[in-house]
Design a protein around this ligand. Structure first.
Ligand code: GLU
Length: 467
């Protein structure tokens, strides 16, 4: 089994969006498989027909697509496989590893009541487990698995270590309901087996399920997958993640302007580490990702760290790719798309804009000088910077700029000289210049702007302020 190619899967129940915990589970499975030349599969656990709308499934696919977590083959619908799940229960029934249980709800309740009164375990022990089929009544029944009654089940978990559960604490779990439909626990095992899943990586809220699922593997004589149950994500205060903390759908992170590579990097670090590495590429994460880097205690969600990593990813992204990303961001927000001219301008300014921007929103804020057009109506702060004295100094600057050769070095000298002549620090002169060039005080440096805009446009914008 250890030599078999790795097959992992993400098995979300459609809830209407791909939440951040699910996204991290998907990412871990993706990293594990991709780093080993294995397969990463997707199964939609859509047996709850009320919640599993096409829209809810589409939201998951969209979230995975944005995050760049590509899966192999087609997404599998668990609901579509219900007949196969039931067939496995019938096979176990035929092999005597499961049985028909005719106990009614009232009988089960009475059993529990009596057990409680006697101070015994209230786990239901069906009288039908070893009953002769000749004694079966013509009445509704459920199909139960014959759980092992002594010994112990050990979940050899790659994160939690060996987790031992006494078998006398497991009941004869139902496999088929009285209407013949398979239960979820059966569906998961049959699907994982049929999909050839070798490694199950999921939230540790499923750890208890693993013990019960192992019963089914055992009864069918199937190989048990490698288990890795990862601690859930908590908020910065150590409490269970809630909406307030960032337990949002991934599309909301897209709309907040985080880049997908930054999100992947951050989610990978949420509960997993590789030495002191914070910033890394997908290739590095795939090569490094392993179970021994997964922490045993819940990871804490931290927006600051997400922002920080996002900024680093934006800074190293290719300009053209960034333009596409920004376009996707505007679309996700339902904002007006950029015109072809604006796209050209953005691309020209991208190498400057991407420095120090932690989100696409911040990047676009700084891009106003290239996205807007003359005359720039200064906003309140910019208007303040353009007082009479400053306008006079900008006027002095004009002939100097007309004659300067348009290089950073020369521009810096020219502006410094004018500042000095007016007994001003460079920063003081930069303010009205910035206001003139951008109409607002958030922008790249004045020199970067001048170089991107060119002489003619720079002079025109300064002239616009002179009224
Ligand atoms: N559908 C389950 C969930 O969304 C996951 C089950 C599994 O990974 O085995 O929590």
């Amino acid at each position: 089994m250890s030599d078999a190619p790795v097959v992992t899967r993400f098995a979300p129940s459609p809830t209407g969006f791909l939440h951040i915990g699910g996204a991290r589970t998907a990412l871990f499975n993706w990293l594990y498989a991709r780093g080993r030349g294995g397969k990463f599969l997707l199964r939609i656990e859509d047996t709850d027909r009320e919640r599993s709308t096409p829209e809810a499934t589409a939201a998951i696919l969209k979230g995975l697509d944005w995050l760049g977590l590509d899966y192999d083959g087609e997404a599998i619908s668990q609901f579509d496989r219900a007949d196969r799940h039931a067939a496995v229960a019938h096979q176990l029934l035929a092999e005597g590893k499961a049985y028909k249980c005719f106990s009614t709800q009232e009988e089960i309740a009475a059993f529990r009541e009596a057990a409680r009164a006697e101070g015994k375990s209230t786990l239901f022990r069906s009288p039908w487990r070893d009953a002769d089929p000749a004694t079966h009544p013509d009445a509704p029944f459920v199909v139960r698995i014959k759980a092992p009654q002594d010994g112990a089940t050990v979940i050899a978990d790659q994160v939690q270590g060996d987790v031992t559960i006494r078998n006398d604490q497991l009941d004869d779990m139902i496999l088929l309901r009285s209407d013949g439909t398979p239960v979820y626990m059966l569906a998961v095992v049959v699907d994982d087996h049929d999909m050839g899943v070798t490694h199950v990586i999921r939230g540790d809220d499923h750890l208890n399920n693993a013990a019960r699922q192992m019963m089914i593997y055992g009864a069918m004589g199937w190989d048990v997958p490698v288990w890795a149950h990862i601690p859930l994500i908590h908020g910065p205060d150590g409490k269970k993640l809630s909406k307030r903390h960032g337990a949002l759908g991934v599309e909301e992170y897209q709309a907040m302007g985080y880049p997908a590579p930054g999100m992947r990097n951050y989610l990978a670090r949420l509960g997993w580490s590789h030495g002191d590495d914070e910033f890394f590429t997908d290739e590095q994460a795939q090569a490094w990702f392993d179970f021994n880097g997964i922490g045993k205690s819940p990871a804490r969600f931290d927006f600051k760290k997400l922002e920080n990593l996002s900024g680093q990813h934006i800074a190293v992204m290719d300009d053209a790719a960034l333009l596409q990303e920004v376009t996707g961001y505007l679309q996700a927000r339902g904002d007006t798309p950029l015109s072809p001219e604006q796209n050209d301008g953005l691309l020209k300014a991208m190498s400057v804009l991407k420095q120090g921007s932690r989100t696409y929103g911040q990047l676009l804020d700084k891009a106003w000088f290239i996205l807007g057009s003359r005359p720039f109506a200064p906003d309140e702060k910019a208007a303040k910077a353009l007082d009479t004295v400053s306008l006079g100094i900008l006027k002095q600057l004009t002939p100097q700029l007309q004659n300067a050769s348009w290089s950073r070095e020369v521009l810096e000298t020219v502006v410094s000289d004018v500042a000095e002549a007016n007994d001003l620090k460079l920063g003081k002169l930069a303010q009205p210049l910035r206001a003139a060039l951008a109409g607002r005080m958030v922008s790249p440096s004045v020199f970067d702007m001048m170089l991107i805009l060119g002489r003619e446009e720079t002079l025109a914008r300064i002239a616009d302020t002179q009224g």
